[in-house]
Write a protein that binds this ligand. Structure first.
Ligand SMILES: Cc1ncc(COP(=O)(O)O)c(C=O)c1O
Length: 354
């Protein structure tokens, strides 16, 4: 803190992203990226867009990309908003829908950016407890809220809430804007996007960072009824009209249109996840049932911090949260089969060595 800082910063604790080491120096299973490259169509589209037109500003309304998303989900383009990563979309949603005089709720164990946005925008919140078994259901949000935000499937647990529970939340909290963060939904969750037409209080947020292998391009999107999208656009255009550059718009539209590649890579990741979960259990781990591209696993006898450090020594990065309630767990991104074999063998060695 120094005298030039705004008072807003005094109590701000920023989000700490996972480590991004030099490419190739680690087996990287710490930030839930996709182990497979983006579709070849994406690289072609970006190459085609990398021309002299870069001297021009990109299209602020991102029409072609919104059309591609709308077509994929059977919505109208006026029901789609795009932004620079779903982190930005979530931040704009907090700003568009929640104010300091409101109260919102999100799960205590969930994506740790939610409390950061709430603090940044001075929105009071309740961090509600999950069930004992780490599951989430409609009942945990008992109370009158202006907003309810949750990830489905949840992170870092990986567990999914059935769609009927999501719908119950929408029905029981008609005064609340319900943000369903579906960053991981393509790996086995049930999307709420089909409920958009029926519920004016639903905003579904998704990303290209996970199932579409484009974390490096930074594209996220939101789907909801037109007034919600209009609110997001108003906030965006009061902040930065050109959030998505030309290359990102071209690459993301191509990714959305290559359904076969997307479905194939998702299927491979799910198969590797199931095999890896089974192998972790055979090593003695307790593994939560995952519908995502990561596994949340705890060993009954071994300290998770020590395991994290032992893996790091062996050049394998996973994520460890030294947070009460989850500090016995490691969060392990599902990599390729070869990467997971290396992880399992290093874990086997570490369990013997510690
Ligand atoms: C639950 C959840 N939501 C949102 C995000 C943000 O994704 P991005 O900003 O890359 O779209 C992440 C990233 O890890 C996440 O885990």
């Amino acid at each position: 803190m120094n005298s030039y800082w705004s008072r807003r910063l005094a109590h701000l604790v920023p989000y700490v992203p996972g480590e991004q080491p030099e490419e190739g120096s680690f087996i990287k299973l710490n930030t839930n990226e996709n182990p497979y490259p983006p579709s070849p169509r994406v690289l072609e589209a970006i190459a085609a867009a990398a021309d002299g037109a870069l001297r021009r500003y990109p299209k602020p309304e991102c029409g072609d990309l919104r059309d591609a998303i709308a077509e994929f989900y059977g919505l109208g383009p006026e029901q789609v908003f795009v932004g620079n990563g779903s982190d930005e979309v979530l931040a704009l949603a907090f700003l568009a829908f929640f104010a300091p005089e409101d109260r919102i709720a999100f799960p205590k164990i969930s994506y740790s950016f939610y409390p950061v946005y709430a603090d940044l925008f001075a929105v009071p919140y309740d961090a509600v407890a999950l069930r004992e078994d780490f599951s989430l259901d409609a009942g945990v949000f008992a109370g009158d809220y202006k907003g309810i935000v949750f990830a489905n499937p949840n992170a870092p647990t990986g567990m999914a809430m059935p769609l009927d529970q999501v719908e119950q939340i929408l029905r029981e909290h008609t005064a609340a804007l319900v943000v369903v963060d579906e960053a991981y939904v393509d790996f086995g969750g049930e999307s709420a996007v089909g409920l958009v037409e029926r519920y004016p209080n639903l905003l579904v947020v998704q990303t290209f960072s996970k199932s579409r292998s484009l974390a490096g391009l930074r594209i996220g999107f939101a789907m909801g009824q037109q007034p919600l999208i209009e609110a997001l656009s108003t906030v965006k255009n009061s902040f930065n009209s050109y959030t998505l550059d030309r290359l990102a718009q071209a690459g993301a539209a191509a990714a959305m249109r290559d359904r076969a590649y997307f479905e194939d890579t998702c299927r491979r990741i799910v198969a590797t996840r199931e095999r890896s979960a089974q192998a972790l259990k055979e090593l003695g781990f307790f593994v939560l049932p995952s519908k995502t591209n990561f596994l949340f696993a705890a060993h009954p006898e071994q300290d998770a911090g020590a395991l994290f450090a032992a893996l790091r020594e062996r050049k394998i990065l996973v994520r460890y949260f030294n947070t009460p309630g989850i500090d016995r767990f490691l969060r392990i991104t599902v990599g390729t089969d070869a990467e997971m074999d290396a992880l399992l063998s290093a874990l086997g060695d570490s369990l013997k060595a510690i």
